[in-house]
Design a protein around this ligand. Structure first.
Ligand code: ADP
Length: 700
């Protein structure tokens, strides 16, 4: 008994020593595997026929991994490793799964783990009992299982249970230590990789400002090898001399009071390279969260390129602004889907809005001239529906009642999200428009004056031509009277003067006939006329004038219109006259779009052209008079356009008529029969064109 007590004490002492050695191994950094092997061996010395193993739970917590089993056959251990951590695959898997001890005192009687035939496998290796105990970490997580096997059926005694508890704990220390070592190594490796790969300079320094870390990007940027700078004061190496004092003071203040202008912020400053050259950097400093004297990480980025491109951008922005200002042209973008409108500074200036105001269509509408609002709405509706480049002119009515003329050009694009967007330019063309209008006024005044002047000249020359024979007639008549009143009457003389009177009378009538011939008649030139083409030419001629008058011109041509026979120039004169009249009729309209439609169509046996406007229309009592020569309601009108037009159309065997529209304005139409016969030599009445008039003057 005493002997066995002594044995027990010796065993306990040697176990205590063994445990101490195991803990020393852990402290000295021995590998986990070595410690676990030593642990198994130590426990195996406690009794005959005892074998130990440690299995680990893999990082995912689902499978068993090898730990140590120095005395068990490899075939046995290999059949355990890789088994799933659950209650069915064996005692260790079950202990790890349930986090409780599993005791199988007699494998021959054991019914558990039958599904995996664990007991027959263990018995085939000569094992009869197994006690498996979970190894838990300090956090309570199961890290593995510590198993003791016997070659005979056995139940653990109390002392053995204590032993198991003690050595499971040692195993858990070894495992945890190894795991944290691995984690530390991994984190160190990751950190080193980050430092190496970082494009920015990462420098760490201690509380005295001495460099601890200097990554490859810092080496490249500053031109110092790491070995040369570590341990040196950072400020002395990379801060320009003029700023060093300030930096040191800031550091000292921080260490004393915790007050800082730098830490946790991004600042831009100047740094200096090993070769003394200075360059701009962006800097962020953070304090490393460690106990003891503070240390810091500095992130530095060379921003030379960024500064350069910022400056270039600023310069080109300034150029653009100046150019826009000088040319009175602003630029804009308008995303149709989101309604977002962006204006350049100059557009704000043109519209005279504060740049802080967000731009909306409503805001723009508040400046657009009331007469142009419907035009603008039309345009917006059209270009919102489908992508098409557009160009148009409209006016602004400014708060001081002045009017600005804008010319707008926009190009349709698709933005990154595939949405329709317009990018364009707005030019203030007020000055140009005003001078154009002034020029136009002068031109039409000139035309009116020259019309009056040439009529005056014509009248004077007619008067002169007719006056001569008339005064001859008067002189002859009075001579004749005098001769007849003489006593005796001079009959022969009177006869002679009467004859001369007749001759002068004939001369006067000849003048009139010649005038008629020259003014009133010209050759009719017969050819095939395509009315659509002829009309298009007239429109091209009038386009500028119509645009100036803000007329919205639409054409509605019958593409299958047959050609007619006629005098192309004369028909074009008629069309020109009708379009001009329609444009004149809409001159004073400002509450609706000035829409003008030119339509061609086929009628039974004829072709028809209609010019429809939305102008003032006719007063009902004027409707039958408008074709009368010299009827005009216009200040500068001559009143002969429609009468000449009617005679031209009638010479083509056609018809010219006018009718009021249902809503606004009037429609004036003519139709020409398709069968004109062989009328090749029509004589046409008065065409008071300037060329004819000049010829008349010359021949008179
Ligand atoms: P003028 O244009 O020189 O006045 P016209 O013979 O072409 O000569 O026209 C005669 C008149 O007929 C015009 O002054 C105008 O009163 C009327 N008129 C012609 N066309 C139209 C029209 N489209 N709408 C309203 N009135 C018209």
């Amino acid at each position: 008994m005493i002997e066995s007590d002594i044995d027990d004490r010796r065993r306990a002492e040697s176990l205590l020593l063994g445990e101490k050695q195991l803990l020393e191994m852990a402290a000295a950094g021995s590998s986990m595997s070595d410690i676990l092997v030593a642990l198994c061996r130590l426990v195996e010395t406690t009794s005959e026929g005892c074998y130990c193993s440690v299995v680990l739970v893999d990082p995912t917590g689902t499978r068993l991994e090898h730990g140590a089993a120095p005395s068990l056959p490899a075939t046995f251990i290999n059949s355990i490793i890789g088994r799933p951590v659950n209650a069915d695959s064996g005692p260790c898997a079950m202990a790890a799964h349930l986090n409780e001890q599993v005791v199988a005192a007699n494998l021959t009687l054991e019914t558990r783990w039958a599904a995996h035939a664990w007991c027959p496998m263990a018995m085939a290796h000569g094992l009869q009992a197994c006690w498996s105990t979970p190894i838990t970490s300090t956090m309570g997580k199961v890290a593995g299982a510590f198993a003791i096997y016997y070659d005979k059926p056995r139940t653990p005694t109390r002392e053995q249970q204590d032993l198991i508890a003690q050595f499971s704990h040692v195993a858990s220390i070894a495992i945890e230590r190894s795991q944290s070592d691995t984690a530390l190594k991994q984190s160190e490796a990751r950190k080193a990789a980050i430092l190496d790969a970082a494009l920015d300079c990462i420098i760490t320094m201690d509380h005295e400002g001495r460099v601890i870390e200097f990554n490859p990007a810092a080496e490249r940027t500053f031109g110092y090898p790491r070995s040369e700078i570590v341990g040196r004061e950072l400020a002395a190496a990379i801060i320009p001399p003029a700023l060093r004092k300030k930096h040191r003071q800031g550091m000292a203040r921080y260490l004393k009071t915790g007050e800082t202008r730098l830490i946790g912020k991004r600042v831009e400053m100047t740094a200096v390279r090993a070769d003394g050259s200075e360059f701009p950097v962006e800097l962020a400093i953070s304090r490393i969260p460690l106990e003891g004297p503070p240390s810091f990480t500095c992130y530095l980025r060379d921003i030379t390129e960024r500064r350069r491109s910022e400056e270039a951008l600023q310069r080109s922005g300034a150029f653009l602004t100046e150019a826009q200002h000088l040319s009175k042209t602003g630029s804009f973008s308008w995303c149709v889907a989101t309604g977002e409108i962006i204006w350049s500074e100059q557009v704000y200036r043109i519209f005279e809005f504060d740049q802080a105001i967000p731009v909306t269509l409503q805001l723009i509408g508040s400046r657009v001239h009331p007469d142009d609002i419907s035009l603008m709405k039309d345009m917006i509706a059209r270009v919102s529906a489908e992508a098409e480049d557009f160009e148009y002119e409209h006016r602004l009515l400014m708060p001081d009642q002045s009017v600005k003329y804008l010319h707008l050009v926009a190009h349709a694009i698709r933005n990154r999200s595939g949405q329709l967007e317009y990018v364009g330019a707005v030019q203030d063309v007020t000055k140009r428009r005003i001078s154009e209008e002034a020029l136009e006024d002068v031109r039409s005044e000139l035309a009116r004056v020259s019309r009056i002047a040439s009529l005056g000249a014509l009248t004077a020359s007619i008067a002169h031509e007719v006056n001569q024979p008339l005064s001859g007639i008067l002189t002859n008549a009075s001579t004749c009277l005098r001769m007849l009143a003489a006593d005796p009457p001079n009959v022969d003389g009177a006869r002679e003067t009467a004859r001369r009177t007749m001759r002068d009378g004939k001369r006067a009538s000849d003048v009139i006939v010649r005038l008629r011939a020259l003014f009133g008649k010209r050759r009719f030139s017969m050819e095939r006329v395509h009315l659509n083409e002829a009309t298009q030419e007239v429109i091209a001629l009038l386009l500028n004038e119509l645009k100036r008058n803000r007329i919205i011109l639409e054409t509605d041509f019958d593409d299958c219109l047959p050609a007619i026979m006629g005098d192309r120039v004369q028909l074009q004169q008629v069309i020109l006259n009708l379009v001009r009249n329609a444009s004149d009729a809409m001159g004073g309209i400002d509450n609706r779009p000035k829409r003008l439609i030119v339509k061609t169509e086929r009628d039974t046996g004829s072709v028809r052209l209609t010019v429809k406007d939305e102008g003032v229309g006719f007063a009902s009592h004027d409707l039958h008079r408008i074709f009368d020569a010299f009827f005009t309601t216009k200040e500068a009108g001559m009143g002969i356009g429609l009468s000449v037009s009617r005679s031209i159309i009638e010479n083509h065997h056609g018809r010219l008529w006018a009718q009021p529209n249902d809503t606004h304005g009037a429609s004036v139409s003519f139709s020409i029969p398709l069968e004109l016969g062989s009328a090749g030599n029509h004589e046409l009445n008065a065409n008071w064109g300037p060329a004819t008039r000049d010829q008349a003057m010359r021949s008179l």
